[in-house]
Design a protein. Structure first.
Ligand SMILES: [Zn+2]
Length: 381
């Protein structure tokens, strides 16, 4: 669309708040959501999640109550944007650092999520999605293999295990709350949207692609409005996970590819050539149809399907890159990240508790199938 639309909670980017709170799924999400599916069955639904297109009630996932339009407040704080511009060159922004220290973004999010969920049930909703973001935050900060009391002090929130235990307690509250309100046992699905890989320590494992492009003589940008700051921009980098990134070459496409090929941190470079999807991997360029010969399905589950599906979108970057094991595309000292196609990043667990169902184990399923499987168990269709 020729514009940068931010869905990240960049504190210094109030226009991102507007996009994330008001436009994300309502305006920009193309796919049919489960909220829209259940509408066809006359089931009222709520969302306590970023994805909420089609939900009858849209709750905030960070504060009690409905998701309010942040436009007014954000507009007043637009001056903060100047702190975001060119931060790649200046390094870490001290103001942002201070704000994050004072108000850890994820504090109490689990409690709020359960509170809003029960409000949705009371209002008559019989389908809903609730997002607990603390496990993700904690496993980025402390690493996916961090255990309570081992790394830090037992009372402080300092491990992935802490976050997981906390969610376990909140799930119990949620379950009991639903039973109390409806007088019935709910079908409860606990699923994760991705896994998490451990990251290695040291600056060379936490790479800012914008810096790398700048070092190689291209003007690169991320998280800022091209119209305002980026009139001379040649590359836009949109990082996710942050072990994958969409790279949009506004000019100098060949040079962008050359630079990417020479970066130590990159595992795969995916791009299109006409109708073919190609993958650059260890110095070779492979057609995605043959990717199975290079990336095993055990180590890179559904790599071919996921790459092909990704490249179908018109919003996709000119290049999509993933990081090698132990690396992320972000400066800092985080100990975990995701976004790659490798097993650790991709695979997680799902637990479905459905009244009247006998215990059954399924070895391997796609996350997109989990809700469908549960619906079939409950409604038989
Ligand atoms: Zn994450």
């Amino acid at each position: 669309m020729g514009e940068y639309i931010g869905y990240d909670f960049e504190l210094t980017m109030p226009d991102n708040w507007i996009d994330a709170s008001t436009n994300l799924s309502d305006k920009h999400l193309i796919a049919k959501t489960w909220f829209e599916v259940v509408k066809d069955y006359n089931i009222k639904s709520f969302s306590v999640d970023l994805v909420r297109k089609g939900a009858d009630i849209k709750f905030s996932f960070i504060k009690p109550g409905l998701d309010r339009d942040l436009t007014g407040l954000a507009k007043k704080l637009m001056f903060l944007r100047r702190f975001a511009g060119y931060k790649n060159v200046k390094g870490k922004n001290p103001i942002k650092k201070l704000i994050l220290k004072l108000i850890p973004f994820h504090a109490f999010q689990n409690e709020v999520a359960v509170m809003n969920t029960l409000k949705g049930i009371k209002a008559g909703c019989r389908f809903g999605v609730t997002w607990f973001m603390e496990t993700d935050a904690a496993s980025h900060i402390f690493g996916p293999d961090s255990f309570e009391g081992e790394v830090g002090k037992p009372i402080l929130y300092d491990s992935f295990e802490d976050a997981l235990k906390d969610i376990d307690e909140e799930l119990e509250k949620m379950y009991n709350g639903v039973v109390r309100i409806t007088g019935k046992e709910p079908a409860l699905l606990v699923i994760s949207d991705h896994g998490q890989s451990g990251l290695r320590k040291g600056k060379s494992y936490h790479v800012d692609l914008v810096e790398e492009f700048e070092r190689n003589g291209l003007h690169a940008f991320s998280k800022i409005d091209l119209h305002e700051f980026g009139e001379h921009g040649q590359v836009v980098v949109a990082v996710s996970g942050p072990r994958m990134a969409h790279v949009y070459a506004l000019s100098e496409k060949e040079k962008v590819f050359e630079i990417l090929k020479n970066l130590d941190c990159i595992e795969l470079i995916v791009f299109k050539d006409g109708n073919e999807v190609l993958v650059h991997h260890k110095g070779e360029t492979i057609n995605v149809k043959n990717i199975g010969e290079y990336l095993s399905n055990e180590e890179y589950p559904f790599a071919r399907e996921r790459i092909s599906g990704l490249m179908e979108s018109e919003r996709c970057g000119d290049f999509v890159v993933t990081a090698k094991k132990g690396y992320e595309f972000q400066r800092g000292e985080n100990k975990g990240a995701h976004g790659g196609l490798n097993f650790e990043d991709s695979v997680s667990f799902a637990v479905a508790h459905i009244p009247g169902q006998r215990e059954k184990e399924i070895d391997f399923a796609l996350s997109v199938d989990v809700v469908r499987l549960a619906f079939e168990s409950v409604y038989g269709k």
